[in-house]
Design a protein around this ligand. Structure first.
Ligand SMILES: [Zn+2]
Length: 403
């Protein structure tokens, strides 16, 4: 057990309990006594169904424990009920050979957790130490239901970038940003969902008149949503939501044509040529100081330049690490000097930033400048644009928009 979350707790319990102990058995054992309580209902007033898709999504940490269950787990009374439940339905069925390992793993997870309150940590540790196993499990269960189950920060998968760009990097339902930056590293705040869902066993009748797409995995059936909206749809898809998402998707894909080349293998070679070309810079100009807190793209490009922002974001997400690694390699083997190149680009930018040119025009001019400096031909213009995007993200190109 590596983390205090529902999925890890369920899997740990699974390792110490007698069969039947499949995923659905264990999740059912932990949650169905709550879903059976009167008043625990989803947003339509129906009982919460622990469907196979929910079991699988919970254990994969794709979704959080359903809100209806969380809401039922906020009182002292429910803790007492949980202890009773564990006394009657969990403790008698533990595997006596493996249950000590299981409890030890749970205790270590509590010990290692950095979020849990010290008081709670002490309380749980004491229960375990004093052999109060049912109380420990009951307390843990309610605590863990209240914690976030979804995997928090994770990095962006490059396959998702076209879908992100299509949605303009915001949730089409609530406009929440889908990419966040932690110390300048892009972090995933979205899920890709299938518009026609994989598993419609719980809602077959609602989806009855809707034809299933031929390729359910194709990009045409996928859309990016913020975590909350994605989860809502994954757990409880309705025909109404389906039509809404379908309409949004059709609108997004018709307005967004993939202007940016993001899956082009030759581009990496071209970028490399551009950088090696730039490495030849030998101007004796004074080095410009680089700003320590580099600003990010979204702080620098004016909101009215939406398309430019979208294109540059897409390029940065796709090629940022590639360019970063190339620069590191060049610095290491002495073939190029990042600081010198960055400083030159800043000088070039300052010459262009006289208030006469739009941001679009500055980007064009800088790409042109990079092309000339690196001695590559017009064929490498896209690569030059990507290098500009990298410097927008990383360095001095464009000042922060005045607030
Ligand atoms: Zn949303």
């Amino acid at each position: 057990m590596t983390e205090l979350c529902f999925a890890e707790f369920a899997k740990c319990l699974q390792s110490g309990i007698q069969p039947p102990n499949d995923d659905k058995d264990v999740v059912g054992l932990l949650l169905s006594w709550i879903t059976d309580m009167p008043g625990v209902a989803d947003k339509k007033g129906n009982p919460v169904n622990i469907a196979p898709s929910l079991v699988s999504d919970l254990l994969k940490r794709k979704v959080d424990v359903p809100k209806a269950i969380k809401n039922a787990c906020t009182t002292k009374k429910v803790v007492t009920e949980a202890i009773k439940h564990c006394t009657a339905n969990v403790i008698p069925y533990l595997n006596p050979i493996l249950s000590d390992d299981m409890f030890e793993a749970m205790g270590k997870a509590v010990e290692a957790d950095t979020i849990i309150a010290i008081k709670k940590k002490k309380e749980l540790t004491a229960l375990l130490k004093n052999g109060k196993e049912a109380e420990f499990l009951g307390q843990m269960l309610i605590y863990i239901i209240n914690r976030e189950n979804r995997v928090s920060n994770s990095s962006i998968v490059s396959d998702d970038i076209p879908l992100l760009a299509e949605a303009d990097y915001e949730c089409p339902l609530c406009h929440a940003p889908l990419v966040d930056y932690v110390k300048n590293t892009p972090v995933k705040k979205y899920e890709v969902i299938k518009i026609y869902p994989d598993d419609i066993s719980a809602v077959v009748s609602e989806f009855d008149p809707i034809p299933k797409p031929k390729k359910i995995d194709a990009p045409g059936n996928r859309i990016v949503l913020c975590r909350d909206h994605a989860e809502e749809y994954m757990v409880e898809p309705t025909a109404e939501d389906y039509f809404r998402l379908r309409e949004i998707k059709d609108r997004l894909s018709s307005t967004y044509s993939l202007r940016v080349d993001i899956n082009d293998a030759t581009l990496e070679d071209e970028i490399q040529n551009v950088l090696y070309g730039l490495a030849g810079i030998t101007d004796d100009t004074e080095l410009e100081e680089l700003s320590l807190d580099a600003l990010r793209l979204d702080q620098k490009i004016l909101p009215e330049n939406r398309l430019l922002k979208n294109d540059e974001t897409t390029r940065v997400l796709r090629y940022y690490n590639f360019i970063d690694n190339l620069f590191s390699a060049m610095d290491r083997d002495g073939t190029g000097d990042f600081d010198l190149i960055a400083s030159e680009i800043e000088v070039a930018y300052k010459k262009l930033d006289t208030g006469q040119l739009s941001q679009d025009e500055i980007v064009e001019q800088l790409a042109e400048w990079i092309k000339n400096k690196s001695g590559v031909g017009n064929r490498n213009m896209r690569a030059c644009h990507i290098v500009v995007a990298y410097f927008i993200q990383n360095c001095e190109v464009f000042r922060e928009i005045p607030k």
